[in-house]
Design a protein around this ligand. Structure first.
Ligand SMILES: Nc1ncnc2c1ncn2[C@@H]1O[C@H](COP(=O)(O)OP(=O)(O)O)[C@@H](O)[C@H]1O
Ligand SMILES: [Mg+2]
Length: 596
């Protein structure tokens, strides 16, 4: 323990003398209330400390005591379903101690200290014990399991930062507290049920794997047009009210990751309230159980300390990597990384660093890169496959994508889901613009989709092509109006409208359509593209456009997404037959005319 004295206070950034022997990034207990802080810079005998709690009441001359360890996250059973603040304090405990206005210095163990968890030693450990294997020879050796929730089995493993040796002791099955030592090695290492990991350091893995499996979000525009992969990175930039939070929520609710980590980062408190009140009641479509059984929430809203917002991202990443290392697919959402970057800017300003673009520190791009680099599909040290996918929201001021956070983020992600102000104003949701958005994973996930439903790549190309044509025609229409166009071109406009209404638009409040399974996604697109192809033939045969546009199936095509429920493949089949029949009839009547 090294003790120093506060000599300067500038909001959440304080300077203390006498800490020259402490380590960079050590956690420091600051002032009478022992606020949590972290050393972010060392200059001679002085340390610059970032304080994660409300600093009101701190005084010059107060003590600042280094704990000698970096800011760490406690990893073990009991994380699932918990709502944490940015430094992993459970909000419920803080609330019961201090009421709704979180007092500084409020403590709360990350994991309930007295709770007992049923530990079951892994049957194979005894074999490796008998063989005298060292834990270095078996990285991440599985010691046993704890059923954490109905949806998640927590694996208790030898931690990656092990001192090594042979396991000399392993506890029998039983109910243990998080700090119970369940195994010991002959080098004096004690392995408790729950283990600490320094949040700013990525947890090691056994190598990266190709990201060729999609992360299914159940949102058609994303899955078909701009697919993300398990272990992939995506950003959702969009101006105020364009649907960033709604999109993040939809993905958190429906995507096929095993574990969801939702970081509410610097946004308004009421948005987090929505999550807190809604998620516990949501039913996981895969397990039929509460979504909270596989979700961890980190809440650091705009009214909470700004330094804790900076670190909340790393807390979330570390929790995610912990479950990845057990062989789970984890999806991390951060809303919004712009507020996080603003926290960096504020802290940097108070440290009197030289500002770069728009006042952001020069290391903004490095920090963004480090954040997104912690995503990936990997071989775990234990030899399994796991992944961390990251989906960050960016809220550019004024919706202007040329600002630094959007631009730098773009360099480090491979999926760009650009929210379009015009679409949002037209209440076309999700307002993902098809011209500006892109995914670099499309080729990688193609084999997966082709296996799931043969036509994905081709339909996707045709549909995008149709939207591009419509975009070009729209210019002409703006000048001369739609009536000046020949029928085959007006059909393009009509088909594009159907594609937008019947496929791209997806209302998150609509029970039947808030989630769309992959096979149904492709089926609907198939119908729309087939309608377009068949209608083209009719027009070529001389049918006027109104004959096509007045067909009852045309209207139904826009509604089929919610008319036919997700568990009703027969319903889709019926519609397909009806659609073919009515188009074939139209075609036949004009072919007959041709003959006459
Ligand atoms: N997929 C969607 N389905 C239905 N409504 C949506 C959808 N996306 C956005 N909205 C509407 O837009 C509003 C603003 O969305 P929100 O996600 O809060 O915006 P942002 O986070 O970008 O400020 C929502 O309250 C909702 O009415
Ligand atoms: Mg929002």
């Amino acid at each position: 323990m090294i003790e120093g004295r506060i000599i300067r206070i500038s909001g959440p950034i304080i300077r203390a003398a006498g800490l020259g022997a402490a380590g960079l990034f050590d956690v420091v207990a600051v002032g009478e209330k022992q606020l949590t802080g972290e050393i972010v810079r060392l200059e001679g005998n002085e340390a610059v400390i970032q304080v994660y709690e409300d600093e009101t009441g701190l005084r010059i001359g107060d003590a600042a005591v280094s704990t000698g360890r970096p800011f760490s996250v406690l990893l073990g059973p009991g994380l699932m379903g918990t709502i944490y603040d940015g430094i992993q304090r459970p909000l419920e405990t803080l609330f019961s101690q201090n009421g709704p206005f979180m007092a500084a210095g409020g403590r709360g163990e990350p994991l309930e200290a007295d709770k007992r968890w049923p530990f079951v030693p892994d049957p194979q450990v005894s074999a490796s014990l008998a063989a005298g294997e060292t834990v270095e020879a078996r990285p991440a050796l599985l010691l046993g399991t704890v059923k954490e929730t109905e949806s998640i089995i927590c694996k208790i493993m030898v931690p990656p930062n092990t001192r090594g040796g042979r396991i000399t002791e392993l506890l029998p099955p039983g109910d243990y507290r998080p700090d119970t030592v369940v195994a010991r090695t002959d080098r004096g290492e004690e392995i408790p049920l729950a283990q600490w990991w320094p949040a700013r350091i990525p947890r090691p893995n056994g190598g990266r794997l190709a990201p060729d499996e999609p992360l299914i979000t159940g949102q058609r525009v994303l899955d078909v047009f701009f697919p993300l992969t398990k272990g992939g990175t995506a950003v959702i930039p969009g101006g105020f009210g364009t649907g960033k939070t709604m999109t993040q929520h939809a993905i958190a609710k429906w995507c096929d990751a095993d574990v969801i980590i939702y970081i509410g980062c610097g946004e308004r408190g009421n948005e987090m309230t929505d999550v807190l009140s809604e998620f516990p009641h949501l039913v996981d479509p895969r397990t039929g159980r509460s979504l909270m059984e596989r979700t961890i929430l980190i809440a650091n809203t705009s009214n909470m300390p700004v330094a804790a917002r900076e670190v909340s991202i790393y807390t979330g990443l570390t929790l995610g990597e912990f479950y990845r290392d057990m062989g789970y697919h984890v999806a991390i959402m951060a809303d919004s990384t712009s507020r996080w970057a603003e926290a960096l800017r504020e802290l940097s300003g108070r440290m009197e660093e030289m500002p770069a673009e728009e006042g952001f520190p020069a290391y903004l791009p490095t920090r963004l890169a480090e954040f997104y680099e912690r995503a990936g599909r990997v071989r775990t040290l234990g030899g399994e496959e796991g992944s961390v996918s990251i989906i960050g929201a960016v809220s550019p001021p004024g919706g202007d994508f040329s600002e630094p956070v959007t631009q730098h983020t773009k360099r480090f992600i491979r999926c760009f889901w650009a929210l379009d102000r015009d679409l949002a104003n037209a209440r076309h949701y999700p307002a993902v613009g098809w011209i500006d958005s892109y995914s670099e994973y499309a080729a990688e996930v193609e084999p997966w989709w082709e296996k799931a439903s043969g036509q994905w790549a081709q339909l996707r190309r045709e549909a995008m092509d149709l939207l591009n044509r419509e975009q070009r025609l729209a210019e002409i229409v703006r000048l001369v109006g739609p009536d000046a166009l020949p029928d085959d071109q007006r059909l393009i406009l009509l088909a594009a409208e159907i594609l937008k209404a019947g496929f791209l638009q997806q209302n998150s409040f609509d029970e039947a359509d808030m989630y769309c399974p992959p096979v149904k996604q492709v089926r609907i697109l198939e119908f729309i593209m087939e309608f377009y192809q068949k209608a083209r033939i009719c027009i070529r045969l001389g049918a006027p456009l109104f004959k096509v546009s007045s067909l009852p199936v045309r209207e139904r095509l826009s509604r089929i997404k919610n008319e036919v429920k997700n568990d009703d493949p027969e319903g889709l089949l019926d519609f397909e037959q009806e659609m073919r029949k009515s188009l074939d009839e139209l075609e036949r009547s004009y072919r007959n005319r041709e003959v006459l």
